[in-house]
Ligand binder design. Structure first.
Ligand SMILES: [Zn+2]
Length: 248
């Protein structure tokens, strides 16, 4: 994604909409368990005998394989599936387990987001899902600039001031005569530094969406950030990239 290693994890995960690998590992474990658990208990094969021994001897022993399986079902509130595996197909169980694990992860991501420094990002990033602009914006530099901008991995005053422990109200824009907080909204919508390019950008965007110009600043900003139109994504990414180049 081209962001530095101090970029917010909540932001990077949110942009990619990618679930952690442990979900597929747990699903694999559960699938294997169900194949054993739903097989004939009277079967004399070695695996079934080993499984039955596990169940009888180790299911309450911490760190044993079978207790880990039980732990997963208990934590996900799916104990019925664990207790009566023969009542469900493997696919039903896997779908349910994966669905629950993803739901738990999304909730923890949302908590991470709320607790993070990403005060602007959380105003427009509502859903944990892959961001289409990552495929739409082809020039690498433009795409990276947009990602950095969205997840506050940039050099705007609001962020630089945070590193330097400058009071929020003093993180003002060096490119405007009047004092304005140098945050993402200011940079995209109002900064004097990019006035000519912005006028051109907004004219093009108004041709695409005539009502755009009628929106207030907050709505304009959100509209630009969540837009999935190819032209809008590409124009916004280019605008942000050119601005970062101009600022140096
Ligand atoms: Zn400015």
């Amino acid at each position: 994604m081209g962001v530095h290693n101090k970029a917010s994890n909540a932001g990077v995960l949110g942009e990619l909409g990618r679930y952690p690998l442990y979900i597929s590992s747990v699903a694999g474990m559960v699938k294997y368990w169900h194949q054993l658990a739903s097989s004939n208990v009277d079967c004399s094969c070695l695996l079934t005998a080993a499984y039955n021994t596990n169940m009888n001897v180790l299911c309450n022993v911490p760190d044993s394989w079978i207790s880990s399986v039980k732990f997963v079902f208990t934590q996900l509130n799916l104990k019925t599936m664990y207790d009566c595996p023969q009542n469900f197909t493997t696919n039903q169980i896997i779908r349910k387990v994966i669905g629950k694990l993803k739901s738990v992860f999304r909730a923890s991501w949302n908590d991470m987001l709320q607790a993070s420094k990403l005060r602007t990002y959380r105003t427009f990033k509502g859903v944990f899902s892959f961001e289409p602009y990552l495929n739409i914006v082809k020039p690498y530099n433009h795409r990276v600039a947009l990602t950095r901008f969205r997840i506050s991995a940039h050099r705007l005053g609001i962020e630089v001031g945070r590193y330097k422990r400058i009071d929020l109200v003093k993180r003002t824009c060096n490119y405007c005569e009047e004092e304005h907080l140098d945050d993402e909204l200011h940079y995209l919508l109002n900064c004097e530094q990019s006035w000519h390019r912005r006028t051109k950008l907004f004219k093009t965007i108004s041709d695409i969406c005539p009502n755009f110009i009628l929106l207030d600043d907050n709505s304009k900003f959100t509209w630009l950030m969540v837009n999935e139109d190819r032209r809008v994504c590409s124009l916004v990414a280019e605008f942000i990239y050119r601005g970062t180049q101009e600022r140096g």
